[in-house]
Write a new protein. Sequence first.
Length: 470
Amino acid sequence: MFPTQFAWGAGTAAYQIEGGWNKDDKGPSIWDTFCHKGGGHVFEDHSGDIACNSYELWEEDLKCILQLGLTHYRFSLAWSRLLPDGTTNHVNEKGVQYYNKVINDLLASNVLPMVTLYHFDLPQALQDQGGWKTPEIAGIFDSYARFCYETFGDRVKLWITLNEPFVCAKLGYEDGIFAPGEKQPGISAYLVGHNMLRAHARAWHSYHTLYKEKQGGAVSLALNSDWAEPLNPTSSDDIAAVKRYLAFSIDWFTWPVFVTGDYPELMRSCIEVRDKELGYQGSRLPRFSKDEPSILGTADFFSLNYYTSRKVKDEGGRPGCRMRSDQGAVGVVDPTWPVCGVSWHVVVPGHLRRLLNYIKDTCNNPAIYITENGFSQVGPVDLDDVQRCGYYKDAIQEVETAIKTDGVDVRGYFAWSLLDNFEWADGFRVRFGLFHVDFTRPERTRTIYRSGREYASIISKYKTQIKTNN
Ligand code: PNW
């Protein structure tokens, strides 16, 4: 049994579904640039130029949402569709109209919107000025956030400022495999993570001082993390390595927002040890300024994206200054864990429950929305996706146990994703949808997978229970 008012949702992100990359007055984003430069950064040089064409086919998406019976739909706003150069100097009214229609249609169908302001697609014009590496980005993001609250906040009550700062920082600036594709290991990721936290905090404070009273909504940021266990459970070195691994992934962002207002001591001390060895002046991990609005307490709920797990082994004393050697730990895939789709994605549904408990214990028992969780497929399309069905069934079971047995305060579950879509560096090769999308046809036909039908039946069972209990 799930609590009353439990949110049953599915999610998407603008660049992954919308297409219309230069339609009307939209400005380019860093993902437009990254895809257009070619060179195999993205699988077979795919791009989100058209994607699911949701910019023109929103009503098809709405049909999918209604067919699932969702209570909530999570989607993101393309910053450069609303503000082509990233600033409020120029507003693209066509972009405002598009999102107004999406929001109004959802509400008219009794589906509540959860809106992400930033899901990886920085306006290129801001990237050209240094993007997330510059301190000024926090104020610019704050203006964009205020513009969105002002424009849509009369109807949107659940806001996510930033999606997965960890992924933006690590994949965008440490590994260089996501836009903007910069590879400055051991340095930029910390700076980008820092400015993203500052930007998020500014936007949260703005909501609370200017809009909260009138609009009554809630604001958070979406954090993702692998679950981690020691490779050798009897090795104290591996057990300590797990602590460092988590410190450098989830705690990196939860400590500032939910726990202490600053980075985990463990993370700072690891980095500072390497700083000294490598002869850096000062720390590569920035410090929060006392003159800026506080970071601590800037989340009205916990938004968790969970996909996968790692076995962690101690790896002290590696040369270089990369994040990996800073933490002296590496996560590997346990060969007994089933891989779904791509190699990074192994599925262990029981670990979702463990991660939920970790958050409950370390972050002071927050209200949690699972804002992403899903199962990827590659290769020939199989509408009868029994493995994904099993995955969702198990994962949702784990969530229920976490609520009932462990007392974790879970308020909602959002499957990733409503549709097959542009899976970033993996292009259209990797499919996460509850609906299949035929990318070979101009109509981008949506067809429900078996997992979509089963998810719909889980939701409808829940709705009947609620009705009969009242
Ligand atoms: C999330 N990794 O990103 C994103 O929020 C979604 O847009 C995306 O489609 C989904 O997960 C599935 O990948 C991630 O390599 C991207 O560990 C990559 C990783 C994790 C999350």
